[in-house]
Design a protein around this ligand. Structure first.
Ligand SMILES: Nc1ncnc2c1ncn2[C@@H]1O[C@H](COP(=O)(O)OP(=O)(O)OP(=O)(O)O)[C@@H](O)[C@H]1O
Ligand SMILES: [Mg+2]
Length: 303
């Protein structure tokens, strides 16, 4: 079973507006509502691949109930903790005059008792399970909360981390199985730019020296780089295709890497499958479907 954690899920309300006038009334031409968070994207992709998974996290209020209903509708198994106060946030994404503006709301306050319930939940994972921790840390939780979750796990549970800055850094001494920075996040972590393959390699080595077992660096249209736990490097170019949107590409890639590695224990193969998942999502209007992923994977294996 692969467990995912989404601490601060959101309803994303997209508004498409032709002529936005700040301070005036503007009418949207169309709108759409998406439910999610990075952990939810991982769970959704695993569900599409037919991999057993369980989404964990916090939801609150009427928007939280809508969010949980959407998980049920998508067939995503969940065991979210319902907070007694507050509401799951609604983020407004305005697409106006060829510019995108994100208005991101704070999430509900997570009381100590709810945080403790999630920590306690970690104690019940068993050997062979894996845990994915992805997304930003809500400001009401300590920055090392992911580390606290990892420390509550029984021994030898694989962990995958997709987070930024200090919340990721705090997990390194706990030897996460894999971390998945994109190029920008990698540069931010090591404090300098990584314009060449050698620079990416040495940045990954420094994160490995700090404790990560595998460092998976996603590089958008350039594919991905892996420094594996045995010190070997792997590179997989992304396939060519028509990019429709890139939201959730990194989440798809992490879902693919972890699930394939658990099945085959082959780094090269897991990286190829990861890139197939990420790119299949880039070539889709939302997260990739199973058949598109397998078709891209077979194409990459043959090339
Ligand atoms: N333009 C693209 N063309 C083909 N594949 C892409 C493109 N952008 C992303 N991908 C695929 O998705 C993977 C992950 O992408 P990226 O590095 O953009 O992740 P990310 O920045 O973490 O994404 P996010 O956090 O928004 O989910 C890439 O390794 C690649 O396989
Ligand atoms: Mg990302």
């Amino acid at each position: 079973m692969i467990y995912t954690v989404t601490l601060n899920p959101a309803l994303d309300y997209h508004m498409y507006i032709d002529n936005l006038q700040l301070g005036e009334v503007s009418r949207a031409q169309s709108v759409s509502l998406n439910y999610g968070g990075k952990g939810i994207n991982v769970s959704a992709l695993l569900t599409r691949l037919g991999i057993p998974n369980l989404a964990l996290g916090f939801a609150a209020g009427i928007t939280g109930r809508l969010f949980l209903k959407s998980l049920i509708r998508q067939g995503i198994p969940q065991d979210f903790i319902l907070l007694k106060e507050g509401t799951t946030r609604i983020n407004v994404k305005i697409h106006a005059d060829a510019k995108d503006t994100d208005l991101n709301a704070p999430g509900p306050r997570i009381p100590r008792s709810a945080a403790d319930t999630l920590i306690e939940r970690m104690r019940h994972l068993s050997l062979g399970d894996a845990l994915v921790l992805s997304g930003s840390m809500p400001s009401c939780l300590p920055v090392d909360f992911y580390g606290t979750l990892i420390q509550a796990l029984p021994p030898r549970i694989l962990t995958a981390i997709d987070a930024e800055g200090s919340s990721l850094r705090a997990t390194l001494p706990l030897h996460p199985f894999v971390i998945k920075p994109n190029l920008r996040e990698l540069e931010e972590l090591v404090g300098h730019s990584c314009p060449t393959q050698e620079a990416v390699h040495s940045a990954a080595q420094s994160l490995q020296a700090a404790g990560a077992q595998n460092v998976l660096v996603s590089m958008g249209a350039q594919g991905a780089f892996l420094l594996d736990a045995e010190g070997h490097t792997h590179l997989q170019a992304a396939p060519e295709g028509t990019v429709i949107q890139t939201v959730g590409c990194g989440d798809s890639m992490l879902a693919g890497f972890l699930s394939r590695w658990l099945e085959q224990q082959d780094y090269d193969d897991a990286l190829t499958f990861a890139v197939a998942c990420g790119s299949a999502t880039a070539f889709s209007s939302h997260l990739a479907e199973r058949d598109d992923i397998w078709n891209l994977y077979k194409m990459l294996r043959q090339s």
